[in-house]
Design a protein around this ligand. Structure first.
Ligand code: ATP
Ligand code: MG
Length: 382
């Protein structure tokens, strides 16, 4: 018998017409993150590797998988199946069990229920145990396909769609808690994200930038394809503080961010950010309206309606929280006015934007630094 990893597809199985596209994308995504032999089939994918534990751990971060199973593959032969079950169960301690057979291959002549009974009696003869169909210590799964796969436990996959199935999006990534979570949720729906960070040295520190690089690298474990675009934002930001009354600073700053984000590259079909309704002055509905009015580009806000605690829980689960709470300031927090406007007026914004910002925006876009290599250990720099 051969030990391998068996993958159960996630939501993609409901998209009948797109099935091949989904499976191919998933296959590509797995290859980006895992060095192993992959065999893709219509209903399942099989992965052959010497490093089953590490590979199955990495697979839990790949979207489009419903379940990951460490299985034993044997021929569709009843004696071979029995012999393998004997070997597998000798390694496990249990008092109660049940057998669940799935016969996808109808050429195999014994029906699933009958096969459950045959294997059940075989186990009862060889081990001191009883059958419990409701709450067994172990369930012996037997999937009869072109070959037979036997396994006990299933590791839950991340669900969602394979990254890239929905095209490209650009995530506005700050060093905070919210935007990495927004990025994770966008990846989960199949959006292939790049990240965009507005950097304002010397007002923001190198540590703040490294923190964002670290966050991008954590998100990249779910993608393998993330580019981080760093916008040199200092000049434009300084002009905002020079020309705009302080209570409108953040509103105008964010309008500039949106202008830049939406004109970087046509390949991005959507902008994603970590805005959360009501969390700060720039995130009241009126603020969002006035800020968003610089563009008709689609902007999605995956965490808009979650409570902070819900966002924190996701951040902890996906591994970004510990980095996000490091105390380095991003460019929105350094010049925060005492009384930022909560209900900004569009006419006021237009009035305050009477300085020459277009050329500064172009300068920002033309001087973007692109980071794709996360192999450096940015922990050392933090
Ligand atoms: P976060 O916790 O994600 O930093 P926040 O609650 O601090 O969010 P804001 O600072 O108002 O809220 O930012 C709202 C969103 O704008 C962020 O979630 C992020 O998507 C984007 N953003 C803010 N600052 C930057 C930046 N320096 N670079 C890129 N995007 C940014
Ligand atoms: Mg922030």
């Amino acid at each position: 018998m051969q030990k391998l990893i068996l993958i159960k597809y996630g939501e993609l199985t409901t998209k009948k017409g797109n099935r091949n596209q989904f499976i191919n994308k998933l296959n590509d995504n797995i290859k980006k993150i895992i060095d192993a032999k992959i065999i893709k089939k219509r209903d399942r994918m099989y992965i052959l590797t010497d490093n089953i534990d590490l590979v199955s751990k990495k697979l839990t971060k790949i979207f489009g998988l419903q379940g990951i199973v460490i299985a034993y593959q044997v021929n569709n032969n009843i004696d071979e199946i029995k012999e393998s079950i004997l070997k597998i169960l000798k390694e496990v301690s249990f008092k109660t069990f049940k057998v669940e057979t799935k016969r996808a291959n109808k050429d195999f002549s014994i029906k699933s229920m009958d096969f459950n009974n045959i294997i059940g009696s075989f186990i009862l003869k060889n081990f001191v145990c009883t059958v419990d169909v409701h709450n067994p210590d172990i369930t012996i799964h037997i999937e009869i396909r072109e070959e037979t796969y036997i396994y006990l436990n299933e590791i839950k996959g991340s669900g969602g769609y394979p990254v890239g199935i929905q095209g490209k999006g650009l995530l506005m990534l700050s060093g905070g808690i919210d935007s990495p979570v927004a990025g994770y949720l966008a990846l989960k729906r199949g959006i292939d994200i790049d990240c965009l960070y507005f950097d304002s040295p010397p007002h923001t520190s190198l540590e703040a930038k490294n923190k964002v690089i670290k966050l991008a690298s954590i998100l990249n474990e779910y993608s393998g394809n993330i580019r981080l675009l760093v916008v040199p934002f200092t000049k434009l930001q300084e002009q905002i503080y020079k020309n705009v009354p302080s209570e409108y600073n953040i509103t105008i700053l964010r309008r500039m961010m949106y202008r830049i984000a939406t004109s970087i590259d046509k390949k991005y079909k959507v902008i994603i950010n970590g805005e959360n309704i009501g969390q700060v002055a720039s995130q009241t509905l009126t603020s969002i309206n006035v800020i968003n009015s610089v563009t008709n580009f689609p902007i999605i806000r995956p965490v808009a309606c979650l409570d902070k605690l819900e966002i924190i829980n996701i951040a902890k689960k996906i591994g970004t929280y510990e980095t996000s709470i490091l105390p380095f300031e991003d460019c929105c927090t350094i010049f925060v006015p005492k009384h930022p406007v909560i209900n900004p007026k569009l006419e006021k914004c237009l009035e305050y934007e009477q300085f020459e910002y277009q050329s500064l925006i172009e300068e920002c876009i033309n001087n973007i630094e692109v980071i794709t290599n996360y192999t450096n250990n940015y922990n050392d720099l933090l």
